[in-house]
Design a protein around this ligand. Structure first.
Ligand code: F3S
Length: 66
């Protein structure tokens, strides 16, 4: 599973990076970006899913595997 942040929806609150800094990081522009890596371990997947569900603007989506 990969995650994606829609920068046009992100308001830069930083919640996702607090919940799961293994997957999300803040860009120099002040928006979150998801690292372009497959998330495979369950703990990280749970954290990233929590971050996705907690995003106030629903800017985070899951990318289905090919
Ligand atoms: Fe942006 Fe949502 Fe994270 S607003 S900083 S993607 S929690």
């Amino acid at each position: 599973m990969k995650f994606k942040v829609d920068e046009s929806a992100c308001i830069g609150c930083g919640a996702c990076t607090c919940i799961c800094d293994k997957v999300f990081e803040m860009s120099d522009d002040g928006y979150a970006v998801a690292k372009d890596e497959k998330v495979t371990d369950k703990e990280t997947l749970d954290e990233a899913t929590e971050a996705m569900e907690g995003c106030p603007t629903s800017a985070i989506t899951e990318q289905k595997e090919d």
